[in-house]
Ligand binder design. Structure first.
Ligand SMILES: [Zn+2]
Length: 348
């Protein structure tokens, strides 16, 4: 079979190449790849900044946003041939830490977890892949190719759960939510927050095109420019850019008792404002700045339910480009009007 592979930490080593069939030790369920989503982490791995091959190997199969079709369910009675499935990305650490021991591998305490297509386990950008049945999520067949959005949806499902849990520390009636960044994560956050009845504002650098249209179609308000220039103090900010200056502005702008949930991982320092000043502002306003990464099985299940209930036409507009595996390099390029780019391995 063929797979998109890379030698982690070595830029320029990615290729679409012949690769051995998936090892049966990777799981009893054999899956034919339908599509894989591309995200910033894939770009980081291909440019040599991140990623780890499986122990004893030099190359890693890329891809953690999956959609596949069961070819052989093996011993598992939970799946049948033809089921559309998505693979869970993270595996608990082998120790395990208390959080991994109770299935909260998204909250792993010792960092020894592994992740498909990122850290020590092959990913999903191969014509066929395997999984243990307990790490597969069935996708509502009516979603079709849109099932590839399930992994990004899990990130938001977990982040919103964190916000709800933290909100219970005091009496709290949040009404306005600002989402910074109108990429796939930000737009899915806006979708879910609108579904929960919040006044949603989305801020991004892009001034025209599909991003403002997608936000408008949700009944949310689109902004460009600085967070500091917004005419209101958001109760909640879901930060999806990872950009230092946007984070600093968000910490300053959030209302009292507010929550800032950081989901973006960016680079570079905070420009022009001392960290101590920001921390003081957060203390004086009882603000919480919470980091949120990854998701556990509860989030994956809920994300699947939420995705299946969402507007198909709107979700379809998130997928702005579909490339063939042999053109994966183009898929990794960032083009101005890209929201979610996917690589399609087989027909749905
Ligand atoms: Zn752990």
């Amino acid at each position: 079979m063929k797979a998109i592979t890379v030698e982690p930490k070595k830029p320029g080593t990615a290729r679409f190449e012949d690769f051995p069939e998936p090892d049966v030790r990777e799981g009893s369920v054999l899956v034919e790849a339908v599509a894989a989503g591309v995200c910033g982490t894939d770009v980081e791995i291909v440019t040599g900044k991140y990623g780890w091959a499986p122990p004893g190997k030099t190359r890693l199969v890329l891809g953690h946003e999956s959609l596949g079709r069961v070819i052989d369910p093996g011993e598992s009675s939970a799946f049948k041939k033809g089921d559309l499935v998505v693979g869970i990305v993270r595996r608990p650490d082998p120790v395990p830490c208390p959080n991994c021991a109770v299935g909260e591998w998204d909250m792993c305490r010792n960092g020894q977890y592994t992740e498909r297509g990122i850290k020590e386990i092959h990913g999903f950008m191969s014509e066929r892949w395997r999984s243990e049945p307990e790490y597969l999520i069935k996708v509502d067949p009516s979603l079709g190719i849109l099932g590839v959005l399930l992994e990004p949806m899990t990130v938001i499902t977990k982040a919103l759960e964190q916000i709800v849990v933290i909100g219970q520390r005091a009496y709290w009636e949040p009404k306005t939510v600002l989402v910074t960044g109108a990429g796939p994560i930000g737009l899915l956050a806006a979708l879910r927050l609108r579904a929960r009845g919040f006044q949603v504002h989305v801020l991004d650098r892009v001034e025209t095109g599909s991003k403002p249209e997608l936000v408008g179609a949700l009944g949310a308000t689109y902004h460009t420019g600085s967070v500091l220039d917004l005419g209101f103090e958001p109760d909640v900010i879901v930060e999806c850019t990872g950009v230092g200056s946007v984070i600093a502005d968000s910490i300053q702008k959030v209302g009292a008792g507010g929550i800032i949930c950081l989901t973006g991982i960016g680079a570079g320092g905070v420009a022009g404002r001392a960290t101590a000043d920001m921390a003081a502002g957060a203390v004086l306003k009882n603000n919480v700045i919470v980091g949120s990464v990854n998701s556990n099985k509860r989030h994956w299940y809920r994300a699947g339910e939420n995705l299946a209930r969402s507007d198909r036409e709107w979700l379809g507009r998130l997928i702005t480009r579909c490339e063939k595996p042999e053109n994966f390099q183009q898929a990794l390029e960032r083009r101005p009007d890209d929201v979610k780019v996917i690589i399609q391995f087989s027909k749905i």
